[in-house]
Structures are given as C-alpha cells and as structure tokens.
Design a protein around this ligand. Structure first.
Ligand code: UD1
Ligand code: CA
Length: 457
C-alpha cells in the first residue's frame, strides 16, 4: 500500500483522572503495548503519511514513547484542556496549508482498525467534506449523539450534557473519530467553534453543525461499538484487553495454529505464531515471542522474549524468559526455567532445571534438577555445554564453565572446572555402607518401645 498524503492528529492531552494512576492514560498497556502504540500502528497500517500527537503540559513521557515508536511523528502541547476543538488547534501548524485529508483520532481508542480508517478516507476521496465514525450503542450514556435530518443526513452532534430528553433517547453515537477534506476546511470550521455549552469547552463535534450549515457534504462511517471503545477507567481497559486478545487469538488461529481453549491463552501485540502450532490451555505469552511451525506449547507455560524452533515442545509449566532461543525439535519440560540461552537442535531439558546465560549443543541431554549457577552476587557468567553431552541429574554447573562435546557429568556433581570432550566428570562424597545397621536399629528401638509399654501408635 502506498502512503496517502493524509494527516492524522491523535488527541491525548486529557488527564485520564478516572484511571487513578501516576502513569498517563495512553501509556497503559493492552496486549503488552501502550494504548498509544496501538493507535499509531492502526494509522500506519492505514498508510496515513503524516502523524501528529497532542499532549498536555508535562506529558513528556507520552511524547517520548510516541516518538520512539514513530520518529517522524510531530508532537504538540495543548497548554490548557479546553476541549477537543482546542486540542486540534494546538496542532494548527501541522494543519495549516495541509492539502490532504486530516483525520482526528483519540489516543485512548486502541481497538480502532485500519480498515475503518480506510473507509473514512474512501468517503473523503468520494467527495465528502466531513466524515464521522459513528456506532450504535446499547447504552449511549456519555457519548455525543449523531443528529440526522429527515433525509438521513448528518446535521449535528449533540453532547450528552447539552442534549434534550428526545436527543438523549437516540442510540447512534459519535466515536470521536472524524475526517476532514483538507487542513483548510478543518481550520475554517475550527475558527468558528465557540464554547457556549454545558461544559464551557470548545467541542470539535460542533464542526458538524457548522459544515451542514455551509451545505457541505457530511457523512457517517459505521463501526461496531467495541472497535471505538474509549478507555477511561481500569474496567474499560480490561474490556479493551479482552477484545484485543480475541482479535490476536483469531489471527493466530486463522494463521494455522490450534488452541484448545483460546479464551485461556494470552498473547502479545507482536506474538508470531507459525502453522500447525498447538497451544494448550492456560498459556501466557509476553512481548517478543516467536513460535515456529509445528511447535507445541503445553499447558500453564509462561513465555517472554523467547524464540521457539520448528517442532519444539515446551511445558507443561515451563518458563521461557528473554533470550531463550530454542532450535528445532528441542524439548523443554515441566518446571524448567530458561533465560538468555541458545539450545541447539534436538537438545532435551525435561525436568526441574534452571538454564541461564548458557549455550547447549545439539542433542545434549540435561538431567532433572540441573542448575547453571550463573550469578555470584556481582556478575553473570556463561555455561557452555557441547553437543551430545549428558548432564546427570541434580548437577550444579558453576559458571563460567565449559562442558566438552559428548562429556558425561555424574549425577549430583558440583562442576567448577571445564570438562574435556568425551570425559566423565563427577564430584561426589564416596558412598558408605554399614551392613545390617538398619535392622539392628529397628530391633533396638522396637525393644525400648516395648519396655515402655508403647503399643506402637
Ligand atoms: C468526546 C466527544 C463525544 C464522543 C466521545 C467518544 C467532543 C466534544 N465529544 O467526548 O461526542 O461521543 O468523545 O468517546 O469531542 N482531549 C484533549 N484535549 C482536551 C480535551 C480532550 O486532548 O482539551 C482528548 C482526550 O485526551 C481524549 C479525547 O480528546 O483522547 C476525547 O476527550 P474526552 O474528554 O474523553 O471526550 P468525551 O467527553 O468523552
Ligand atoms: Ca472519553
């Protein structure tokens, strides 16, 4: 898709007080990415060429986060929150002389899809002067209502607080997202918006009545209410998360992954899942995870920043942390934690093990209870295990240490020195055996118990 010469202005200067948070509202996360990132990626996916963001004074963290996500984005500060029209005015210098379409988006509407933005663009391209994304609300309370004339044309938006009882009964609502033919047409309307209303604010929504009065062409693009859900509270954030998760799961399944209980699998915005992947119930996937074709993620696993190769199996109850890099056909079993470690093809780490800051060669077998001791309280050190090595159960590998290819480590060893290829290394107290000791002990204690009249309870 080629980039259009459109401008999107994202409004995010509102304080978001209902979140009750030290963090600005649009930095709260959905599927692992801040709300503002979702809005930016929808605009990018709709091929909108120019982006502007309006923040409030002191919201440098929001500006910084947005610029990091899209370095071409321009940031404007709205000095006082005097309403949505006033917010757009803060971005005046980006709008002036802008010949293309201008779209107004909200930073707190993270579920908006690029397809819907494209529909707005299409209406503008087809000759509309002003387009509003509207939706049918089951409960319209709090939203502006779309007022239509008897020919069904959009003539005004009435804010809840300014609406008559009759208008309040309307259920066709304003999502807040609008499109204008050009920068000039937007500024012409903006300049005439006053604040003679219940809130004493400059309402961007007043642009509609002004445009209709000028006999300009106003249109509505309908979306679902869910898509334009505005997040104002933590409860709405959770609602948006639910919707986002459903979307991500549907995408993974459409791509050829099987989920036994999709509603129990949590994905991130950037999770990459191949074909014929099976994900069992109750799996959490954080940011930066890639799962290649044919891999199986068993129940109750927690993956974060990990890469899982073709045909690998993980879990149940596995924890893969950032930098866990599993090649083809690797097996990672229950109660295994892996961090910053490359596990080569066909290696097995099946039970109760910690592997951190390590590399494990192809087909190596890591026994139950193996620990790479990678941290001495000051620094982190690496463990390297060669191809085909066999680490006996309950071994501690004290890093930095290397186990050569094909070497064998006896169970229960504490390995502090490098081990040559094909050698056996073991550190163990010699086993003692005292013949008949157990029987003598039992007989003696049994006799004492009888003497005391103990009935053996
Ligand atoms: C707005 C619409 C309403 C619509 C609703 C949809 C107006 C007047 N009303 O109402 O018709 O149904 O959204 O959710 O536009 N903002 C600023 N600066 C300001 C005020 C707001 O940047 O001075 C930003 C907010 O950060 C937010 C967006 O604009 O992203 C909407 O503001 P908000 O106060 O939530 O508007 P609503 O009253 O919900
Ligand atoms: Ca709102």
């Amino acid at each position: 898709m080629t980039e259009t010469s459109s401008l999107a202005i994202i409004l995010a200067a509102g304080k978001g007080t209902r979140m009750k948070s030290a963090l600005p509202k649009v930095l709260h996360k959905l599927a692992g990415a801040p709300m503002i990132a979702h809005v930016l990626s929808a605009a990018e996916a709709a091929a909108i060429g120019k982006l502007a963001l309006v923040v409030g004074p002191g919201m440098d963290d929001v500006a910084q986060a947005a610029i990091t996500l899209n370095p071409k984005l321009q940031v404007f500060v709205q000095p006082e929150q005097q309403g949505t029209a006033d917010a757009v005015k803060a971005a005046r210098s980006a709008v002036e002389d802008f010949k293309g379409h201008v779209l107004i988006l909200y930073g707190d509407t993270p579920l908006l899809r690029p397809e819907t933005l494209n529909a707005v663009e299409a209406e503008l391209a087809a000759g509309a002067d002003l387009v509003v994304i509207g939706f049918e609300a089951e409960n319209p309370t709090g939203y502006g209502r779309l007022l239509l004339d008897d020919r069904g044309r959009l003539i005004a938006i009435r804010e809840e607080k300014d609406a008559s009882d009759e208008e309040r009964a309307l259920t066709l609502c304003n999502s807040g997202i609008m499109g204008f033919r050009s920068g000039k047409s937007l500024l012409g309307l903006l300049g005439r918006i006053g604040k003679n209303n219940a809130k004493g604010e400059f309402y961007l929504t007043d642009a509609v009545a002004l445009a209709a009065g000028d006999k300009l062409e106003t249109r509505i693009v309908l979306s679902s209410g869910a898509e334009v859900l505005g997040v104002n509270s933590r409860a709405e954030l959770a609602e948006a998360e639910t919707a986002m998760q459903q979307r991500l799961r549907a995408r993974a399944m459409a791509g050829g992954a099987t989920m036994i209980a999709p509603e129990t699998v949590f994905l991130s915005h950037d999770t990459k899942i191949g074909k014929d992947v099976l994900i069992e119930p109750n799996v959490f996937i954080g940011e930066g995870v890639t799962i290649a074709d044919g891999a199986v993620i068993k129940a109750f696993s927690h993956l974060d920043g990990a890469s899982i190769g073709e045909g690998a199996t993980v879990g149940p109850f596995a924890r893969l942390r950032p930098g866990a890099d599993l090649a083809r056909n690797v097996h990672v079993g229950n109660f295994v934690e892996i961090k910053k470690a490359e596990i080569a093809e066909g290696a097995k780490v099946n039970h109760l093990t910690y592997i951190g800051d390590a590399s494990i060669g192809a087909r190596a077998n890591i026994g139950a209870g193996t620990i790479t001791c990678n941290y001495d309280g000051f620094g982190k050190y690496r463990t390297e295990i060669g191809a085909g090595a066999f680490i006996g159960s309950n071994s501690s590998l004290v890093a930095p240490v290397r186990i050569g290819e094909g070497a064998y480590i006896g169970s229960g060893s504490v390995i502090t020195k490098d081990v040559e290829p094909d050698a056996l290394a073991l550190t163990r107290a010699p086993q003692e055996e005292r013949k008949g000791w157990a029987k003598r002990m039992r007989d003696e204690r049994g006799k004492h118990a009888k003497d005391r009249g103990n009935k053996g309870t």
